[in-house]
Design a protein around this ligand. Structure first.
Ligand SMILES: [Zn+2]
Length: 367
């Protein structure tokens, strides 16, 4: 986000009703909005998104032309009283969202800002190595002129996309109905339906919020855009599309732990010969020099290696290192399992370090 010039802020979760009344969303939202009252009977809500709040902030701080386009974003908890609420993180009533709001002087620059941000969102999904699809969408209660959704294709998804397999055009089913689309508008191919999970949404808002808040420069209302990424939803959706029956899989970039080191079983020869220490030294080296704190030691030595290996796979650990009897060799070797690829190698400590250096360069693991 910093790369496109965005500044991080944090806005309040609890928002006074007067702000949403200005935009009309206080009455437009039915039961999705969590509403509450304070001791003086004043109405508040837990913000579903922050268009009104951010517009109020920009208005209050009097921006100059030179500061435009202005990009403000936050990563915070959002609240929606979802009717299709689900267990887990896919559709929760409280979730983490990254929301970005942009302000431009005119429609033309707002359009180019919109495209820039959409491209940066696409780059995020590419870096996560997720198979995503950006499609045209309806604007709904947020409003505005143009809208796109970012989806991960998955049969458990609740959205249906209509996709042209020839040119890659895609739209949400709602758009297809609204525009009575049967064929791809670009190449006239038949559109194919595909289930998907929505993980991001962008809107070119126009002056929907700046007009009621009278946010203008030179008597012209500023043109706004808003862009949401469902942070907790992306994690859950990625696990959904990448995992197998026996193995949870994350995008490597966001795997909570990158490496687990399994120490010898209690009472084994290896343990008696004190090679547990070897595993612990390797863990501190990887943790200090490569993966920061994303390395764990599975020292539940009362359990067999096999049992711990299965657990580590279920937890979604991408790399598992087993310290076994070959660690007693003159040049100690350990077993390195690349769990997501079902590959295993025997490696010396320096080979492991070389290997992880290559992995890290390929995946920018710590960025
Ligand atoms: Zn097409």
């Amino acid at each position: 986000m910093e790369a496109i010039g965005a500044q991080r802020i944090l806005m309040p979760s609890m928002v006074h009703s007067s702000l949403l009344q200005k935009s009309g969303r206080w009455t437009q939202y039915a039961r999705e909005l969590f509403r509450l009252k304070d001791r003086n009977d004043e109405d508040y809500c837990l913000a579903p998104t922050h268009e009104e709040v951010v517009t109020g902030i920009v208005k209050h701080n009097t921006v100059s032309k030179k500061q435009l386009p202005l990009f403000l974003y936050q990563i915070s908890n959002k609240f929606r009283d979802e009717i299709r609420h689900k267990k887990g993180l896919l559709r929760a009533k409280e979730f983490i969202m990254k929301d970005l709001y942009t302000f431009d002087l005119d429609e033309l620059s707002a359009q180019s800002t919109y495209e820039n941000v959409c491209e940066s969102y696409s780059r995020i999904f590419k870096r996560l190595k997720l198979n995503f699809k950006k499609v045209k969408a309806t604007t709904g209660l947020i409003g505005g002129k143009v809208s796109h959704e970012f989806h991960l294709l998955s049969n458990v998804g609740e959205d249906t996309l209509m996709i042209c397999e020839s040119c890659g055009y895609g739209c949400n089913e709602d758009i297809e109905v609204e525009m009575k689309l049967k064929l791809c508008p670009y190449c006239n191919n038949q559109l194919v339906s595909q289930k998907a999970i929505e993980v991001g949404h962008s809107f070119l808002l126009g002056t929907k919020y700046t007009e009621p808040f009278e946010l203008s420069i030179d008597n012209k209302y500023l043109e706004m855009g808003c862009f949401g990424l469902g942070v907790s939803r992306i994690l859950a959706a990625a696990v959904e599309v990448l995992s197998t029956e026996n193995q949870m899989r994350f995008p490597l970039l966001i795997a909570p732990y990158k490496v687990s080191i399994i120490t010898p079983k209690k009472g084994s020869n290896e343990e008696k010969n004190n090679i547990t220490q070897f595993g612990e030294d390797l863990a501190s080296h990887l943790s200090d020099n490569m993966f920061y704190d994303d390395v764990i030691i599975d020292d539940r030595s009362h359990l067999t290696i096999g049992r711990r290996m299965n657990d580590n796979k279920l937890w979604g650990i991408p790399y598992i290192v087993v310290v076994g009897k070959k660690a007693l060799n003159e040049t100690p070797k350990v077993e390195m399992i690349s769990a997501y690829n079902n590959e295993s190698f025997e490696m010396t400590q320096s080979e492991i370090i070389d290997y992880f250096n290559r992995v890290r360069n390929l995946n920018e693991v710590n960025e």
